[in-house]
Design a binder for this molecule. Structure first.
Ligand SMILES: Cc1cc2nc3c(=O)[nH]c(=O)nc-3n(C[C@H](O)[C@H](O)[C@H](O)COP(=O)(O)OP(=O)(O)OC[C@H]3O[C@@H](n4cnc5c(N)ncnc54)[C@H](O)[C@@H]3O)c2cc1C
Length: 383
């Protein structure tokens, strides 16, 4: 092992050694397990930690842009918010976000455009009265789409510095280092969606991992980030884990660690997704844990398996009395996954359970819940 310390500013180039689909082919979602070899990185991580991955843009898309704009790929430009310079080729491939645009960039093009159709169209886009329209256009339009839509744009190398920086994406680590000392596992939802202009868009990092990384080649720049989302200090503490979709990833690490520790505390998993037959992530592993009583309880919510929708928060509510008994006994409650709806609904359900089964007033239940958060009996990691 060398003595270099790898971190956000100096990521380790990891080899991807496995890429496996976790959802079945019949699923309308693609979620994959990626396994990285981190031997030589010196990374030390704990269950609950995450990694950051620096993606690269699609080379063919970059080549298309360079060709259309007639820019010299070897011309050097300064990177936004940095003293560093890179060639245009390198900047477009690895450092600039070419999937969205900035207002400043459009303003520069507008100023420089000759009077004519392009200038009129840019003026319409920048019209203050259509602020929301502009915001949607900037976030939805890629640099490639812009140069296609405005073929006579006069773009100079410096204009590219008005693009945003390509930022690393975070992923929950889905394995315990005590079990996989030289590996990092992550479960990634592959992002693909149709935009309002009708074009299909892929997520930069999920498509990078799926389409542009070759197995067993040191190609994935990554670093570890430490999180306060942690297992209880005492292995005898019971845990309730709520992780629908890829939110289950850190709980795979939690359970591996608890098995490794021979923790005597009980483990209760709530998992949910769309359909059991196609979207049950890590199904064999969970069933095996359940059979071996490493999972004391496992409650599943597959929203599309029946006429009415069932979510993890519904399963939590159904088990309210039992959950309250576990909580009174000191069980730690964890939530991971989608922030916008699920986490809020789970929180509300938990508050209702505390109120109902603890026979408390709204105010007392809120105080109890506040204390759970403060004492880390309740922890969430949502995105
Ligand atoms: C702490 C933390 C942990 C995380 N852990 C995981 C994890 O374990 N697994 C995981 O898969 N992700 C995880 N994420 C999310 C992850 O970091 C990325 O945001 C995600 O993978 C998308 O990255 P991307 O580069 O593929 O997509 P991007 O290129 O960043 O595109 C994503 C963007 O596309 C847009 N978009 C996506 N879908 C649609 C749609 N249907 N309609 C319109 N617009 C849409 C949204 O603006 C979205 O922000 C985590 C995030 C955090 C902060």
């Amino acid at each position: 092992m060398d003595n270099v310390v790898y971190d956000k500013n100096r990521p380790f180039l990891a080899k991807m050694i496995e890429s496996r689909r976790l959802t079945r082919e019949t699923s309308d979602k693609e979620t994959r397990l990626f396994v990285f070899d981190i031997e030589g990185s010196g990374f030390k991580y704990k269950p609950g930690d995450s990694i950051g991955i620096y993606p690269s843009n699609d080379k063919t898309e970059v080549a298309f842009i360079l060709n259309k704009l007639q820019l010299d790929p070897n011309h050097k430009i300064q990177l936004p918010r940095s003293e560093k310079t890179e060639t245009i080729q390198e900047a477009l491939e690895h450092h600039l976000d070419i999937m969205s645009l900035s207002r400043k960039m459009l303003e520069v093009f507008y100023e420089r455009a000759d009077y004519g159709e392009t200038k009129t169209k840019l003026a319409a886009l920048l019209d203050i009265a259509w602020e929301n329209h502009l915001r949607a256009f900037l976030s939805e339009t890629t640099l490639k789409e812009l140069v296609e839509a405005f073929p006579d744009l006069n773009i100079e190398p410096h204009d590219l510095t008005h693009l945003k920086r390509l930022m690393p994406r975070l992923y929950s680590i889905a394995c315990a280092q005590n079990v996989f000392p030289n590996q990092i596992h992550i479960a990634v939802n592959i992002v693909r969606y149709q935009k309002s202009n009708g074009n299909w868009q892929k997520g930069v990092t999920s498509s990078f991992l799926t389409e542009r990384v070759f197995l067993n080649k040191p190609m994935v720049p990554l670093f570890t980030t430490h999180s306060p989302f942690k297992l209880p200090e005492k292995p005898e503490t019971d845990v309730i884990l709520v992780g629908p979709g890829t939110g289950v990833a850190p709980f795979r690490a939690f359970i591996q660690e608890r098995i490794h520790q021979k923790a005597s505390g009980r483990n209760w998993l709530f998992f949910g997704d769309r359909q059991r037959k196609s979207d049950f992530l890590f199904e064999e592993e969970w069933l095996d844990c359940f059979q071996k009583k490493q999972l004391t309880r496992m409650d599943l919510a597959f929203s599309r398996d029946q006429e009415y929708k069932v979510y993890v928060q519904d399963r939590i509510r159904e088990n309210g009395k039992e959950i309250w008994t576990w909580l009174k006994n000191g069980a730690a409650f964890y939530v991971c996954g989608e922030a916008s709806r699920m986490a809020k609904d789970v929180e509300k359900t938990l508050l209702d359970i505390i109120k109902k089964h603890g026979d408390l007033s709204q105010e007392q239940a809120e105080d109890f819940f506040k204390y759970m958060k403060k004492s880390k009996q309740y922890q969430k990691d949502v995105y």
